[in-house]
Design a protein around this ligand. Structure first.
Ligand code: GCU
Length: 424
């Protein structure tokens, strides 16, 4: 109860802050502003990064540290002796026998029952094992991702109260975003977990979710650079991967992490920190995700920090009004995933997320991918492509016709992408 009151209190505080009148967003390309992007291949001491060794030994650690300290909060370590994984239930005849459902609980602080993450994992029965997999966090509980009544209803009451999600009647209501059958038919497993199991999505000054577990790792980290909520979710994705590593039917070295919107911001940061993710998909992630921050188009650093202060560390707020002084831009977050495959996607009507800025980020990550010996964004032109015409290679991009969403069209591209880079 106390926890719930906390939630309401801080929730109300967040609403109050976002009620402060905001500047109208700009949707005019001509007014997006001029800017110079930082060069990923120039280190902060001005030296040129000319070899893969320079990148891995010097520039990559430097950029990773900057993104942690200045934006998302430093990624905490993990006490592996406190992790535990339990398979709670199994249904070997899901989808008329073509797949097996497993429900696995990831305990972050065993033997304490909470915090924990419940994973719903669907494994194709017919495919040769171990299978590659997709890992995706969902917004409203595992039971909303599929209508199969076998699936347990998420019991994270704190999060469910804060988001007003009423379990039973919402069974399967987001299933279009998680096409289980389409994925298992292609020989991949799909694992999903409720993002608020990891950290409820409201500003409570980093008290709930997994934040208390970070304390031993944050003693030497200044308050202003401590893990914010996007970092907590990304940390949770790595723990989900720890869980997948224990399942013999899944090849954990071939896991693509997929995220939509705020969770697409999260997958880029998760992929940057955890090289075990074999590939990363960032769907409609926008500001603070794939979109370049220096462009004044759609959501800005001002508006995102006003509406969602808990997503980023306090230090990031000091860049409001002086975006040109950020020591990086989001193309360099994508570059931190190199040489692993990365897919950035936009939607044509999702101007708030700045589709052009999302494309330009992917495009400007290319020099790092080339330095590391990959084809990068391939033959893509420097201008955004037509709608529904994916471009690129190991860095790939599309702008789907339609609104802010994660659709079957998007998944079809991600499956082809995984076939190309992760199938043996
Ligand atoms: C808001 C927010 C975006 C975010 C999106 C979402 O629109 O401004 O930055 O990506 O929510 O996660 O749904």
């Amino acid at each position: 109860m106390t926890k719930l009151l906390y939630g309401l209190f801080f929730g109300a505080a967040a609403l109050f802050t976002s009620a402060v009148p905001a500047q109208e967003p700009n949707y005019d390309e001509a007014a997006a502003g001029t800017y110079v992007l930082p060069d990923p291949l120039t280190a902060s001491d001005g030296s040129a990064v000319t070899t893969p060794d320079d990148w891995f030994a010097k520039r990559r650690p430097e950029l990773l540290e900057l993104f942690g300290r200045e934006m998302y909060g430093v990624m905490p370590g993990v006490d592996r002796s406190r992790l535990a994984f339990e398979t709670l239930r199994t249904d070997p005849v899901a989808f008329d026998g073509k797949a097996t459902f497993k429900e696995m609980r990831v305990y972050f602080d065993a033997p304490n029952p909470a915090p924990k993450l419940d994973l719903l994992i669907c494994i194709p029965n017919g495919a040769e094992k171990p299978v590659p997999a997709f890992l995706v966090l969902n917004f409203q509980g595992n039971h909303t991702t599929c209508s199969d009544p076998w699936i347990s209803i998420s019991d994270n009451t704190e999060a469910i109260h804060t988001r007003g999600v009423d379990g039973r009647e919402r069974r399967g209501h987001k299933k279009d975003r998680y096409p289980f059958e389409m994925i298992v038919d292609r020989g991949y497993a799909l694992a999903t977990g409720f993002y608020e199991d990891i950290d409820p999505d409201f500003d409570d000054q980093r008290r709930n979710g997994v934040h208390p577990l970070f304390a031993p790792f944050e003693r030497d980290v200044p308050e202003e650079s401590r893990a914010a909520t996007i970092t907590a979710w990304a940390w949770g994705l790595s723990r989900a991967l720890d869980g997948l590593e224990t399942i013999p039917e899944i090849d954990a070295s071939r896991v693509t992490v997929v995220g939509h919107s705020r969770l697409g911001k999260t997958t880029l940061w998760a992929g940057a920190n955890d090289p075990r993710f074999a590939a990363v998909v960032s769907n409609d992630s926008g500001c603070g995700g794939a979109a370049l921050t220096r462009r004044n188009f759609g959501e800005t650093i001002e508006s995102i920090n006003r509406a969602f202060p808990h997503w980023f560390c306090p230090k990031y707020k000091t860049y409001v009004g002086r975006v040109g002084e950020l020591p990086f831009d989001q193309h360099e977050l994508i570059a931190l995933i190199a040489p692993r495959p990365v897919y950035v996607a936009s939607a044509s009507e999702d101007l708030w997320a700045d589709p052009t800025g999302e494309f330009l980020s992917a495009y400007n990550a290319d020099p790092v991918y080339r330095l590391l010996g990959t084809e990068g964004i391939g033959e893509a032109a420097p201008d955004p492509p037509e709608a529904d015409a994916p471009v690129g290679a190991v860095v790939r991009y599309h702008r789907r016709t339609g609104k802010h969403d994660l659709t079957e069209y998007d998944w079809a591209q991600y499956l082809d992408f995984a076939d190309r880079y992760l199938q043996r």
